[in-house]
Design a protein. Structure first.
Length: 398
């Protein structure tokens, strides 16, 4: 049904026809919204595609009146000389509806049968022959594809998670051990503890004729912290985000008390994929549609995390780790408020900024400046060695 091979090319070409021939006011924003709308419809259903595009690309009653005719001319070109009564029904029906609408809004522009014959494209004037897809159109199509599907790379591949190496796991194990937060409230049996366990000692003495030869002890074990990792997957982090995800996989291979999220213009929980990667599987993060590869809204995404997951995941035994370059296009007050809340409710707030290893870098970006006062540990992790250094730097509030 569609003249060109790919969806972005068809969308760009159709938008160009609407702008050039019919005076539609269509820009990249409308084409982006149209691409997102087509994600949820059946592309093999012509009526579904027509109904999805009409309210997005039409801005005036006149646009609505001519949209169906333009859509039909583009999707169902008919060679010259074909009589109106021999046209396929799928092509005739929208034409008649379009003429009816033109009579309602602009009666002076009603087409006659002879006019219809002139308007009908021939083999050399159809939408395929004269319309050339230029390099700029293909670049816009590629941008639409990236915005709609939010991949990691420009070629459309989703980020892949793989199991962590021994060096990464050793660094994660060191970090978990160093960040044991306080003592548990419960007393647990131990080989050598601080409290004598009279009940267990008496029960053990039954095996020795009532003689308490082996004393039993209790102790309060140290609590294992919970880790929450929020990984910035925006375009500016494309060269560094995989290292942050490797940190998440290494942490998941050492402790079950870890939760992982990615964010770009939206927030997405990926804990299940990270745990499967830690178990040895290779996982493609295909569900992070708007949480990867787009713009950056750090404050809005952190606020969404607090609203949705804060009560369950953030507490006095939680270490929150944010991997981001701090380049935020949102409001600084939103980011500042979210950082204040995370700092107040968590045991520690770690910010992993890969730009720290850049010579001469200063955290003066608007987002970084708003977040910096509430960070307890400011570091960079790009490989296993820097992950080991992080385990020595992190401090938490007990």
């Amino acid at each position: 049904m569609y003249p060109f091979a790919s969806l972005p090319e068809n969308l760009i070409a159709f938008g160009a026809i609407l702008r050039r021939d019919h005076g539609f006011h269509i820009g990249p924003g409308e084409l982006h919204d149209a691409a997102r709308a087509l994600e949820i419809v059946d592309l093999s259903d012509e009526q579904a595609v027509r109904h999805a595009l009409r309210p997005i690309l039409c801005g005036t009653p006149h646009d609505v009146a001519v949209f169906d005719r333009a859509f039909t001319d583009f999707m169902f070109p008919v060679p010259a000389g074909v009589p109106q009564d021999q046209m396929p029904a799928v092509r005739r029906a929208p034409e008649s509806r379009a003429d009816d609408r033109e009579e309602t809004f602009e009666p002076e522009r009603r087409a006659t049968p002879s006019d219809d014959a002139d308007v009908m494209p021939d083999a050399g004037d159809g939408p395929i022959a004269p319309l050339e897809i230029t390099d700029s159109d293909l670049e816009e199509a590629a941008r639409l594809s990236r915005s709609s599907y939010s991949p990691l790379h420009a070629d459309g591949e989703a980020p892949a998670l793989r199991s962590a190496g021994n060096a990464w796991r050793d660094a994660a194990r060191s970090l978990v051990r160093r960040l044991e937060i306080g003592l548990s409230r419960r007393w647990r049996p131990a080989h050598d503890g601080t409290r004598f366990d009279l009940r267990r000692t008496l029960r053990a003495s039954l095996q020795t004729g009532g003689e308490a030869l082996t004393p039993r002890w209790l102790r309060r074990p140290r609590r294992t912290p919970r880790f929450v990792l929020l990984v910035d997957g925006s375009r500016s982090m494309s060269a560094h985000a995989l290292a942050a995800l490797q940190v998440a996989v290494a942490m998941a291979s050492i402790t079950r008390r870890v939760e992982v999220f990615t964010f770009s213009t939206a927030l997405q929980r990926v804990t299940g994929d990270v745990r499967r990667a830690a178990a040895g599987e290779t996982r493609e993060l295909e569900s992070v549609q708007y949480a990867w590869g787009g713009g950056t809204s750090i404050g809005a995404c952190l606020r969404e995390f607090l609203r949705t997951f804060g009560e369950r995941l953030v507490g006095r035994d939680t270490v929150v780790m944010i991997a981001s370059d701090g380049l935020d296009v949102g409001e600084p007050d939103t980011l500042r408020g979210a950082m204040i809340e995370l700092h107040r409710r968590s045991a520690g707030l770690v910010w992993l900024n890969p730009l720290l290893e850049t010579a001469g870098y200063e955290p003066t970006a608007r987002g970084m400046s708003a977040a910096r006062p509430y960070i307890t540990t400011f570091a960079s992790v790009t490989d296993a060695a820097s992950f080991v250094r992080l385990s020595r730097l992190v401090r938490v509030r007990v």
